[in-house]
Structures are given as structure tokens and as C-alpha cells.
Design a protein around this ligand. Structure first.
Ligand code: FRU
Length: 475
């Protein structure tokens, strides 16, 4: 282990002792202490799922990026491993930025961005981002192979390589900024070390962002999906409300051909906190995605507690016949369920009802009969700060948080379709809520900071009918 990695381990060992656990997740991955952002290098290798992540072990703020590391047999129980990468080479001296992992024979290969300034770090003119390689036999200790791809001439922002294998070659997409226009560049290699330019795969249209971060490119249902995280997309009514977005373009692509897009950009998650998602394949061929459950420049109250940032639940992706990308909790998640507690609630009439005394680590199921419901608002409320409800006047499902003490107040929402039934699967952890609407139709994920955890169902100005409701505590 290098000096910097040892130093990081020592700092984490100390800092994790004084962590305040009140908002620390029960079943999501978070750093042992310090700062976490994007998931990196998600991969199945040698019997384990590996998750790396952008990590600053020394403080709860973003800083010179390391790669944190954990592994799991089931995507739920994570074992922390030593920090995998620290910014210690000339090629990554100011940070080991985001990237991906592939299995190459009996080696695990990490391909990541070396972030470095040549000279004064206050000027972006001095910024260079290059792609680097590190390899491992045991999946725990990595040996740095240095830079494998330089910054294209005239560019500064060039990061977040995602690599995959197809038709006997390695392929890589990299996010980039050309002036004020985001783009995704494509490269090809025979050995992960020498990369050939294969052109620009996609470019931002009007209002689609100045920089495209964290691209990922994969096949779903015989179509190709370009998933990425654009910076600088303008808000549009209820859509694209967060500082940065993450979402997908669907189309057709074959090696050597252009990417023929079909349809518009689709936001993947409509909550307050979901960014920089990355996908990987399970051994049985499912495409799973995990995102960062936080948002740049949003208050993070858990910083008071010695940590910051967490990852989302693993979600399985699918594509509908009309090209809609859908997310559902990965099947593994059901293994956490303990005893089912039916709530026995039927019709609520301008009233609220307590259904759980303490909702901290739970999956909640709600099946509303919208046709039979007349209330203007109906849904669930956690403590004083979070509500998830149908707004019948706006015809929307609203996720609202109200934590004025933390500067986190506001709503996100999705339109309700014509269906008379509304089925919600809602996952609560200590400081997060993830809502899956009508089995893939939409998803909303937000960070929450409850002080009090009573869960109530309510219906105001009219009645609302639940055809099924209850919860599993999760372990
Ligand atoms: C996305 C991102 C990436 C970058 C990393 C730095 O959240 O900005 O583009 O590699 O975070 O930590």
C-alpha cells in the first residue's frame, strides 16, 4: 500500500469513530467517513460486486478525489475495502476523477480520469483531464499503469470514461466540453492501453448543457441507450429542476456507424437527489444502475455528523416498446423484507391516520384507487418534513420536503397518467426516500432529514381509498 493510501486509511479509521449515525444509511452504501460523490467502477468480478466511488477521506467536503471501495455478494450488504486510488501520480495529482471498471482476463482494470492543473489551479486554462489505467489481480490492491489517453487538443474538460467490450474490441465513451457545448466522445482499443479516436458520439442540442458528465453507453432490448449527466440544462416547467440532471437518449448504434437518436432526453429520476448514475451487468444479464443520492451545491446536513453523500438502491433498467427507459428496484432488494404489516386502512375521509410509529428502514406499499378518490390531496407524511401525495387538482404525484432548519424545502413531482390505480413502492432509509411509481413508470428520490419518524396516511378535502397498504421493515 502506498503512503497516501495508508494515510487515508488512518484518517478514515479515526474519523469513523466519531460519526453520528442518526442519518447514516442502514442499507445503502455510504463512505466510512468523509465525503462521497459519484459511483465509479461498478462491476462483477470474481464472485463479488465491486462499487468504487468518488471519495474525500479527510473531510466532509469535496476535495482531492480518491476512489473509495466496497464489495458485496448481494448488492445490499457492503464490506468496506481499503481506498483503491489516491491522487499520487503526475497524471492525477489533483484528483482521481470518475471512471469505470472492466474484467480483462483474470485482471480487474479501472479506467479513470486523472485531474491535474499545469500551474495555477485557479484558472481553467491550466486544467487537463486525461484517462488513466490501474489494474488488479485480487480486486483489492491496484497497480497504477499511468495515463493511457491525453486531453484532445484545445480541450480542458474531458472526463469520466466508461469502457465496455463489443465485437472483439474495447470501447470507451468520455464526457467532454467543447466551448459551451456538451458532448460524448468515443474511442476504441485492442488492449486498454492504446486508444484510437472513433469520433464524437453525441452532441448537446440547444439548451442541453455545456458539459456532459459521466456518460454510459449500453444495449437494452436491441436499442442503444446513452445515459449521461448534463450540466447546464435549462429547467422546463416541472422538468429538469435540479442544478444538474441525469438521463438518457435512446437510439441505434453499431461500431463504425453514427448514433442515430430516437426521441428526446429522458430524465431518469424526478426527485431532488439523483446524479451521475452508472450501470453494470449482473452475471445473469440484468442491466443495473446505481446513482449518487445527493445533488451538487445542495445543503448536506449529514456533514455535521462526519460524513456526506450516499448511493441509491440498485435499480434494474428496462426499455418499453415506445423507448421509455424504466427503473425498478433490483430483485435482490426483496431479500431485506421482514414481516409484512398490513395497515388495514380502507377509505380515509378528510382525516389522517397514524400507520407506523417509527419509520426508519422500511419498504412501504400503497395502492390507491384514484377513480374512487375525491380528495384534493392524499398520501403519506413522515414526521413534519416529508409528504408524498396525489395533488388531484394538478393531476400530479408530489414529493415534498420541508426542512427549513437545513434550507431544504420544495417539491418535485410527476404527472399522473390515466390509470385509475396508483401503486407506489417507497423505500425509506435514515436520510433518504426512493419512490417507484406504477412498476417502472417514474421514480423520485430525495434526501430527507426527519427528526421525528411517525408515518401517517391522509386525505384532505374529500375521501381517498386504499385497496392495499402496509410495510415491511428492512434488514
Ligand atoms: C460528477 C463529477 C464528474 C467528476 C467527478 C469529480 O458528479 O463532476 O464529472 O469526474 O464528479 O468528483
Amino acid at each position: 500500500m502506498t503512503l497516501l493510501l495508508e494515510q487515508a486509511e488512518r484518517a478514515l479509521g479515526e474519523k469513523s469513530q466519531d460519526l453520528n449515525p442518526r442519518w447514516y444509511p442502514h442499507y445503502h452504501l455510504a463512505a466510512r467517513a468523509g465525503w462521497m460523490n459519484d459511483p465509479n467502477g461498478l462491476v462483477w468480478f470474481d464472485g463479488w460486486y465491486h462499487a468504487f466511488y468518488q471519495h474525500h477521506p479527510y473531510s466532509v467536503q469535496w476535495g482531492p478525489m480518491h476512489w473509495g471501495h466496497a464489495r458485496s455478494r448481494d448488492l445490499l450488504h457492503w464490506e468496506h475495502l481499503p481506498v483503491a486510488l489516491a491522487p499520487e501520480g503526475p497524471e492525477d495529482k489533483d484528483g482521481c476523477f470518475s471512471g469505470s471498471a472492466v474484467v480483462n482476463g483474470d485482471e480487474l482494470a479501472l479506467i479513470y480520469t486523472g485531474h491535474k492543473f499545469h500551474g495555477d489551479a485557479s484558472s481553467e486554462d491550466n486544467l487537463y483531464q486525461v484517462q488513466c489505467l490501474a489494474t488488479s489481480r485480487d480486486g483489492v490492491h491496484f497497480s497504477r499503469q499511468g495515463q493511457v489517453l491525453d486531453t484532445p487538443a484545445g480541450m480542458h474538460h474531458f472526463r469520466d470514461p466508461k469502457v465496455w467490450r463489443q465485437d472483439g474490441a474495447w470501447w470507451m465513451v468520455v464526457g467532454a466540453r467543447d466551448g459551451d457545448i456538451g458532448q460524448v466522445r468515443l474511442y476504441r482499443s485492442a488492449d486498454l492501453r492504446e486508444w484510437q479516436d472513433a469520433g464524437v458520439l453525441a452532441v448537446a442540442g440547444e439548451g442541453q448543457g455545456f458539459m456532459w458528465e459521466c456518460p454510459d453507453f449500453f444495449t437494452l432490448n436491441d436499442k442503444q441507450v446513452l445515459m449521461f449527466s448534463p450540466q447546464g440544462m435549462s429547467a422546463d416547467g416541472y422538468a429538469s429542476r435540479n442544478l444538474y440532471q441525469s438521463g438518457c437518449l435512446v437510439g441505434h448504434w453499431l461500431p463504425g456507424e453514427p448514433f442515430a437518436q430516437q426521441g428526446a432526453f429522458q430524465e431518469l429520476d424526478r426527485g431532488h437527489d439523483f446524479y451521475a448514475p452508472q450501470s453494470f451487468l449482473t452475471p445473469d444479464g440484468r442491466r443495473i444502475v446505481i446513482g449518487w443520492l445527493a445533488m451538487w451545491e445542495s445543503p448536506m446536513p449529514e456533514q455535521q455528523d462526519g460524513w456526506a453523500g450516499m448511493l441509491s438502491l440498485p435499480r434494474e433498467l428496462s426499455l418499453t416498446a415506445d423507448n421509455r427507459v424504466q427503473m425498478r428496484p433490483a430483485g435482490e432488494v426483496e431479500a431485506m423484507r421482514q414481516q409484512w404489516q398490513g395497515w388495514g386502512v380502507n377509505t380515509l375521509n378528510n382525516q389522517q391516520q397514524l400507520v407506523m410509529d417509527h419509520c426508519e428502514s422500511a419498504e412501504v406499499l400503497l395502492q390507491w384507487d384514484r377513480t374512487a378518490s375525491s380528495a384534493e390531496q392524499y398520501g403519506i407524511a413522515l414526521g413534519e418534513g416529508m409528504r408524498l401525495y396525489v395533488d388531484a387538482q394538478a393531476q400530479r404525484l408530489v414529493l415534498e420536503r420541508h426542512y427549513p432548519q437545513h434550507g431544504l424545502c420544495g417539491q418535485r413531482s410527476v404527472p399522473l397518467g390515466d390509470a385509475g390505480e396508483l401503486v407506489l413502492r417507497v423505500f425509506f432509509d435514515r436520510s433518504s426516500v426512493e419512490v417507484f411509481v406504477n412498476d417502472g413508470e417514474a421514480c423520485l428520490s430525495s434526501r430527507i432529514y426527519p427528526e421525528q419518524r411517525q408515518l401517517k396516511v391522509f386525505a384532505w378535502s374529500g375521501s381517498a381509498t386504499l385497496t392495499d397498504s402496509g410495510s415491511w421493515s428492512l434488514k
